[in-house]
Design a protein around this ligand. Structure first.
Ligand code: FAD
Length: 463
């Protein structure tokens, strides 16, 4: 039996960040991870591999669409799918090995295997029992099942299967127009698959600023993605021969229809992964949605037991898990850890990228809050036009009375990076005018953020 100050269960972005910070703060720390490699969903089958495939296929798209326009001619690149998969694996390997290195550097012990919590203060891994003052559940999430659909990870896949298909399919149906569905749909559309996205709601990317969602749908449709909205998938009949059949009902008139595809990607959301931990026997309180219930300091109802990341409430995002991991480490070390849930950006890594933070216009209207919206199109941004990315816009929402920034929504080049200047501004309680008066280098995409801030006041210059 070994004793630690902290045992973290799960080495995803929540768990590994929590462990490293706790060790940096002087605590003795072990992390239990059952997977062969560290980094969790994010590094192994989530953020990182999906971005590798998005980058590779975006490059292909650039070559096909824009190279000739710039006078770059010659043989068009061909897709070597096996090599692209190797590239993805190399990227994953570099990142997961990087976490192993950080564990060694910070003296975090990796306990290899699957953990159970037999009693408060105890963690069992295989036959070994360990004790800890603090135990952190950071076990993440898994794809949520949909009734009537059996996933075989070959013809009917989750995102995990979609990242490693044996070949590029000719056709793909994506069920769910959320972030993962649109990102993976983009990847395969760029590789030449005929991609149809079926969504239950009448808009894509539910919860996102409606104007941005409409704009994204139009752009993706031009890139070849087809959309069937307001459609409830009833069942998927697995491939007897070459194709699976997806049966759905159109909500507007209850009419029934079906579509066939070589591969069906089920991307309808994720749910906490808590199997085998023994939480029920321990009496851990859960939310109605099957998440571990925690207080504002990530504590469960069991003394010394905490939970973070996808296993608890809130957006299922790697950086949200990381922030919670860091805050909890500080709390366990006797400091004041805190996460500002009002300023957590969300990004979709399609082309163009989409990013948002804070309130949407719809939310502000619902709250009855007086606001002003400053908008600037990337068509007025010289840099964006030079790289064929004039589509899209920046929208900044500010309080009508105080000018304080309440939210920002960007669709356009590097939106996932641009959003952070607004995040920093919001953390500092800045006004739109503060952003507008900040000198921005020319020519950069970020000038569009400044122009949107200017549009909250006396007006943008290049509009
Ligand atoms: P996880 O990363 O899920 O890690 C949990 C770890 O715990 C796993 O490694 C698991 O093996 C381990 N574990 C579970 N139970 C036990 C046990 N009993 N014993 C030992 N180990 C255990 N988020 C973003 O912010 N940006 C993105 O671009 C993005 N892209 C995504 C793309 C895809 C395809 C997917 C699926 C997800 C994506 N996400 C993205 C979401 C992101 O991956 C998750 O929000 C994040 O990984 C959650 O981190 P976590 O630490 O809570 O859990």
């Amino acid at each position: 039996m070994a004793n630690f100050d902290v045992i973290v269960i799960g080495a995803g972005p929540g768990g590994y960040v929590c462990a490293i910070r706790a060790a940096q703060l002087g605590l003795s720390v072990a992390v239990v991870e059952g997977r062969e490699t560290l980094g969790g969903t994010c590094l192994n089958v989530g953020c990182i591999p999906s971005k590798a495939l998005l980058h590779a296929t975006h490059s292909l798209h650039e070559a096909q669409e824009n190279f000739a326009k710039m006078g770059l001619t010659g043989a068009a690149p061909k897709v070597d799918w096996a090599r692209m998969q190797d590239y993805k694996a190399e990227v994953i390997g570099q990142n997961t090995k990087g976490i192993e290195f950080l564990f060694k550097k910070n003296k975090v012990t990796w306990l290899k295997g699957w953990a159970t919590i037999p009693a408060a203060g105890q963690v069992k891994v295989g036959d070994d029992l360990h004790e800890a003052k603090h135990i952190v559940i950071a076990t993440g999430s898994e794809p949520a099942a949909l009734p009537g659909i059996t996933v075989d990870e070959k013809n009917v896949v989750t995102s995990t299967g979609a990242l490693s298909l044996p070949k590029v399919p000719k056709s793909m149906v994506v069920i769910g127009a959320g972030v993962i569905g649109l990102e993976m749909g983009s990847v395969y559309a760029r590789l030449g698959a005929e991609v149809t996205v079926i969504e239950y709601l009448d808009t894509i990317t539910p919860g996102m600023d409606a104007e941005v969602a409409r704009s994204l749908q139009k752009i993706l449709a031009r890139q070849g993605l087809k959309f069937i909205l307001g459609a409830a998938v009833q069942r998927v009949d697995p491939a007897g021969k070459a194709k699976s059949r997806v049966a759905y009902t159109l909500r507007k008139d209850d009419s029934e229809a079906a579509i066939e595809a070589e591969v069906v990607l089920v991307a309808t959301g994720r749910k906490p992964y808590l199997a085998g931990l023994g939480l029920e026997a321990l009496g851990v309180e859960m939310t109605p949605r099957g998440q571990v219930k925690t207080d504002a300091h990530f504590a469960t109802n069991i003394r010394g037991l905490y939970a973070i990341g996808d296993a608890i409430t809130g957006p299922m995002l790697a950086h949200k898990a990381e922030d919670e991991g860091m805050a909890l480490a500080e709390i366990m070390a006797g400091k004041a850890g805190h996460v500002n849930y009002g300023v957590i950006p969300g990004v979709i890594y399609t082309t163009p990228e989409v990013a948002s933070v804070g309130k949407t216009e719809e939310q502000l209207k619902e709250e009855g809050r007086a606001y002003k919206a400053g908008k600037f199109s990337f068509m007025g941004n010289g840099r964006a036009k030079a790289v064929f990315q004039g589509e899209g816009f920046v929208k900044i929402l500010a309080c009508k009375e105080t000018d304080r920034i309440l939210g920002a929504h960007i669709i356009g080049p590097a939106a996932g990076d641009l959003i952070h200047e607004v995040c920093v501004a919001m953390e500092f309680g800045a006004s739109a005018q503060d952003l507008a008066l900040t000198c921005h280098a020319h020519p950069t995409y970020s000038e569009a953020v400044r122009e949107a801030a200017l549009a909250c006041g006396d007006g943008a210059i290049h509009a």
